[in-house]
Design a binder for this molecule. Sequence first.
Ligand SMILES: [Zn+2]
Length: 170
Amino acid sequence: MSSKIHSYPGTEVDLRELQAGKFLLTSYETVLRYSWTSGVAMSRFLDGLKEGEIWGKKCDKCERILVPPRAYCEEDFAPTDEWVNVKDTGTVNTFSISYVNNDASRRKKPIIVSVIDIDGASSGMGMLHLMDEIDPKEVEVGMKVEAVWKPRAQRRGAITDIRYFRPRRR
Ligand SMILES: [Zn+2]
């Protein structure tokens, strides 16, 4: 489409002319305010985290327990049914150990990110979260872990209400 455009109307602005103040410049910061609903299923899940609970939803058709909960089962294209309170323990499904920060700087203590299969949820219902209180060399697939929660007063209905998972003690 753009290959058919051979000339553009107007006059190209030259940087030197711009710096010389030949053109009027206006700058402003855009203030964007918005709200976003997390939906019925995710709202209850996030409310549960405030209480130190993990909630899933069961699909009666395929009998899977989905965690995090979803309003619709993606296998059956049907609304999910009952709420199920699952445990805050699970099994390491997979993990990654990173010695690099977001800005590419190096870390002495690595970040361990893991997919945890939550006990009480169906197979394959992994929750992506951090792991800590473990030597990175000792992390392995199949390891039993438990959630370490923030103190109740600090929870705000976010996945970070769980600080991390650690090897199971209880
Ligand atoms: Zn289903």
